[in-house]
Structure formats: C-alpha cells, structure tokens
Ligand binder design. Sequence first.
Ligand SMILES: NC(=O)c1ccc[n+]([C@@H]2O[C@H](COP(=O)([O-])OP(=O)(O)OC[C@H]3O[C@@H](n4cnc5c(N)ncnc54)[C@H](OP(=O)(O)O)[C@@H]3O)[C@@H](O)[C@H]2O)c1
Length: 240
Amino acid sequence: MEDTVALITGAARGIGREVARQLAADGATVYLSARDAAAAADAASALDGDVRALELALDVGDDARVQAAAEAFDREPGRLDVLINNAAAYVDWTETATGADLAEAERVLRTNLFGAWRTTRAFLPLLRRSAHPRVVVVSSGAGSHGDRQFGLTVRGGAAASYGISKAALNALVSTLAAELADTPILVNAVCPGLTATWPGAEATGARPIDEGAASVAWAARLPDNGPRGGFFRDGHPLPW
Ligand SMILES: NC(=O)c1ccc[n+]([C@@H]2O[C@H](COP(=O)([O-])OP(=O)(O)OC[C@H]3O[C@@H](n4cnc5c(N)ncnc54)[C@H](OP(=O)(O)O)[C@@H]3O)[C@@H](O)[C@H]2O)c1
C-alpha cells in the first residue's frame, strides 16, 4: 500500500487502531483520528510505521469538526486514498426497541449512520482526486437480516439502536455505491466479526483484534476492479 494515504475514524483504540497498524505495516501512510486528539496522538506514537495522528479532534457527530478536519486534511497532507468509517457508538445489549431511551438511540444513529455519511461527504472532494479511492464502512452483522448468529431477527430485539443503525448504514453503502458507480470510488461495508475489544470478550467467543481488523483492512486493499456496494466479512459476502 505504498503511496496510499488512509484516514480512520474512531481509531485511538480497538479495531480502528489495529487497522491503522496493519495498513501502515503494508507501507501506507495512515492518519488515525479520534474525538480526543490527545488519545489519537498517544495511539499513533505507540505504533510502528507511518502512523500519524490527525491533530484536530474528529467527532463524527459534529458537522463543524468534521468540516474543519476535512479542510485541514486538504491542506496537509492534501490527498486521501482510503477513508475508513470505523467510529461507532452503542447503548448496551439489553436495549430493546420498545424500551429504548430514544435520546440514546438518536445518539447511536448520529454517530453510526450520520457520522459515516457526514464524514464521507466531507472527504469526498479529496477522494475524487485519488487514482484508487476506497471508502470502507465498518458495519456489523448486527444490522443484517440474514446473519444467523448476530442478525436483526435472531437476537430477540436486543441491542436495538445499534442493529438499526448498522442496517441503515448498510443502506447508505448501497446508495452511495449506486451514486458513485461511474467513478473509481469503491464503497463497501465490512463486518469485523465478533472481536475482543472489551474486557472479558474472549469468554463470549470473540476473536483476537488482529483478525477482526484484517476483515476491515481487506476492503482498503481492493484492486481497482474489486467489488463495490457489497457487504463482507473476511472477504466473503454477507447477507444484507
Ligand atoms: N468488536 C466487535 O465485536 C464488532 C463487531 C461488529 C462490528 N464492529 C464495529 O467495528 C467498529 C470498531 O469497533 P470496536 O469494537 O473497535 O469498538 P470500540 O473499541 O468501542 O471503538 C469505537 C471507537 O469509536 C469511537 N467513537 C465513538 N463515538 C465517536 C464519535 N462521535 N466520533 C468519533 N469517534 C467516536 C470511540 O472513541 P472514544 O474512545 O472517544 O469513545 C472508539 O475509538 C465499530 O464500527 C463497530 O460497530 C465491532
């Protein structure tokens, strides 16, 4: 991935941070962003390779901050090849559609759906100037109607706003990919699979972070004739 500039949202920890490490190990220049700029700087300085922190705090739920980050990025480094919309908010597993605090549900949708939508729009002018542009949207099987393990229809309504936000995010990917079909920009959704990013996760069967992150990084490395408008885990199509 030499001569590739990538930007990852919500990347001071978890899967985003590991995706930064993996892409940098491939030779990419990776900008790691977070809503806490100091946390982004700490994370970047702990990683090998050309991993840099975006100096401005990037809260994907905040129009002004996203716009300011895009303008700063346009000045330095002045180009973007891969945007990875990784940031996500949650309530908890017990939240149901009938019981949800709708203010909390709106927060989740503001981050997971509108955050990716807003960030992609803001950085699109930069991506349009890239020879090999990619937009990676980190979704989840939790937003799928067909995922038999984690999907919308198999968990008794649990994690309602998270699942709904990821289903809407998948619809955004289809819609963006259709609009951008005549451009070189490949837009795809990926699921990292159940990945151990919280304490005790392994006990629930979650896999190591490097494996979940590899499922995301795959879509950043797609060739020019790669898929567009798809939904994948580990490079294999997932049902919507
Ligand atoms: N782990 C899994 O099993 C799993 C499974 C399927 C899909 N996913 C998806 O994979 C992605 C990464 O998940 P993860 O497990 O690494 O989660 P995580 O450890 O909770 O990381 C989420 C990141 O998003 C950031 N974030 C939250 N709200 C934000 C905002 N408004 N603006 C910018 N950043 C914000 C958080 O930053 P702060 O540090 O500031 O809170 C954090 O760095 C998410 O899209 C998630 O939905 C994860």
